[in-house]
Design a binder for this molecule. Structure first.
Ligand code: GAP
Length: 504
């Protein structure tokens, strides 16, 4: 049974060291989180699984790690300077700011209906209500006030300003001079680093269409209302592919990537039955998109929310950067057939003429992936003895700790030394993190490792070192299975092969 509420996950993450509030000792910084000892392992394992599946297991993909701070021209000509914004309103009474759609969505149904009536929109079509508020800013503030829209901070009806767009990009100065030419942006998506390196990758790898470039990295969005734990943050991590293909083959590739990505989520323990596919309505598409499928995972407490977007970005980005480069005189002027463009084109596979390729972009958030994986793995069970246990039934390849090696008593050097040697040998297998757990209380150790999802615990006891009651058990250890709770005695000499077989 997966987690039923976000609170359960937040509590587990804090208690067991997965995730902490950023800058916590100074009161915390909203929208920023730090990944603790187990969080960093889980995050790395999710990213490694994504990279393995999308780069190593394919023959048509290259990897990239581009810089986070980008030239302002890049974000200008990608369209982000003009359009990467959300509508914001202020409450003049409390000086609190809200994202308009979040503010309205969180009101009671009768208040939303009154807002819709006040702005002349259909209450059953929420995006249309927000669009109408944005299109008529002068009437919007009165519609919000008259409908009795309350400020979530004070609980009182607010005195709302007109909605205005708030650009979500973080701007930063570069170098010691702070004039108009010395600023850049922290990238709001990793994608632009792929587009600006398109030609570098093509030239250095001799790739031909179709092929993709994959990247995992941080992106930054100055969200007006970061919320819901790590679901909506200001510093996020993305796993993105830009898959380049000949115009006309884009729809087929779009379907290919939709199928591939759903299969990948399933392999991480996020079942198909928990994901709805939203064919994003035309009026809600991003400025670059011809068509987008949003994968909407059923998060506890939140309901269906986007975990990944799979967009057909057409030739928008490479086309725009190509045109801009020409306008700036950086490459030869564009002619009708793009023949003279040296940059950002590639030979068409059929005609060999230069073409700006179409792009299919599967873009998943690492933080949202981690939340979904945790939510699916979270299980509460009642044991035969009536006790309750919390266990994270993570797929073994995602588990932060693969095996915990536990000496039965922490003050017996012969047990601890042998456990350390076993840990060291298992670590050498390259399975991931193996932990020496010498806290000294076997019951607590099992509970802790159930809660953090360790698939196997190996216990070194007095029988193992020939000081127990059963001489036949000398040189054997107990291997405990997280999910079945079955315990079996395994010879130390066979342990590596035994665990390798189970964990690979
Ligand atoms: N390059 C395309 C792009 O960035 P997006 O739908 O804005 O598209 C892609 O973002 C994914 O990044 C989302 O599906 C989500 O998983 C993640 N994401 C976006 N904004 C986020 C935020 N503020 N906090 C956490 N994850 C976020």
């Amino acid at each position: 049974m997966p987690a039923t509420s976000m609170e359960e996950l937040v509590s587990l993450c804090k208690r067991r060291g997965f995730i902490f509030q950023g800058s916590e000792i100074y009161g915390g910084l909203q929208g920023f989180y730090d990944y603790g000892p187990l969080g960093v392992e889980l995050k790395n394992n999710i990213k490694a699984a994504w990279w393995r599946s999308n780069v190593y297991e394919r023959d048509d993909m290259e990897g990239l790690d581009a810089s986070i701070i980008m030239h302002r021209q890049v974000l200008r000509h990608s369209g982000h300077e003009a359009t990467f914004s959300d509508p914001m309103v202020d409450n003049k009474k409390t000086n609190k700011r809200y994202r308009l759609d979040h503010l309205v969505k969180d009101q009671k149904a009768d208040v939303v209906a009154k807002v819709a009536e006040g702005i002349g929109a259909d209450a059953g079509n929420f995006p249309a209500v927000i669009a109408a508020l944005n299109a008529n800013p002068a009437q919007a503030s009165e519609a919000l006030r008259a409908a009795g829209v309350r400020d979530p901070f004070s609980g009182e009806v607010g005195e709302w300003t007109e909605p205005k767009p708030f650009n979500m990009m973080f701007k930063t100065t570069i170098g010691p001079v702070a004039d108009d030419d010395s600023y850049g942006y922290l990238r709001p998506e990793t994608a632009q680093g792929i587009f600006t390196n398109f030609k570098n990758v093509v030239d250095s790898t001799s790739r031909r269409l179709p092929f993709g470039i994959a990247q995992i990295g941080k992106a930054f969005r100055n969200e007006i209302t970061p919320r819901n734990f790590i679901f909506r943050v200001r510093e996020l991590e993305q796993m993105e592919i830009e898959f380049f293909c000949a115009p006309g083959t884009d729809e087929e590739w779009h379907q290919h990537w939709l199928d591939k990505r759903l299969a990948w989520w399933e392999a991480q323990g996020v079942p198909r039955s928990k994901i709805e596919i939203l064919d994003v309505p035309k009026e809600d598409l991003a400025h670059y998109s011809k068509r987008t499928y949003d994968l909407m995972y059923d998060y506890p407490t939140l309901g269906h929310e986007e975990i990944e977007g799979i967009a057909n970005r057409s030739d928008y980005d490479l086309g725009s950067h190509t045109k801009n480069q020409a306008d700036l005189g950086l490459v030869a002027k564009v002619d009708e057939n793009l023949d003279s463009i040296a940059k950002l084109t590639i030979p068409h596979p059929d005609t060999n003429k230069p073409v700006v390729p179409f792009v299919i972009e599967p873009s998943a958030g690492v933080d949202r992936a981690l939340l979904a994986v945790l939510s699916e793995a979270f299980t509460k069970e009642t044991l035969d003895n009536g006790n309750e246990r919390i266990v994270l039934k993570l797929k073994p390849h995602l588990a932060p700790i693969k095996v915990a090696v536990i000496p039965l008593a922490r003050n017996k050097p012969e047990l601890v030394d042998l456990a350390r040697r076993i840990k060291s040998e298992l670590q050498g297998l390259g399975l991931g993190r193996i932990l020496l757990e010498d806290s000294g209380n076997i019951g607590k150790a099992y509970r802790r490792h159930d809660e953090v999802g360790t698939p196997y615990c190996v216990t070194v006891d007095f029988d193992t070192v020939g000081k127990g009651e059963d001489a036949a058990l000398t040189d054997t250890v107990t291997v405990r299975d997280r999910d079945t709770l079955a315990q079996e005695r395994v010879k130390i000499a066979d342990l590596s092969a035994h665990l390798q077989g189970k964990l690979r």
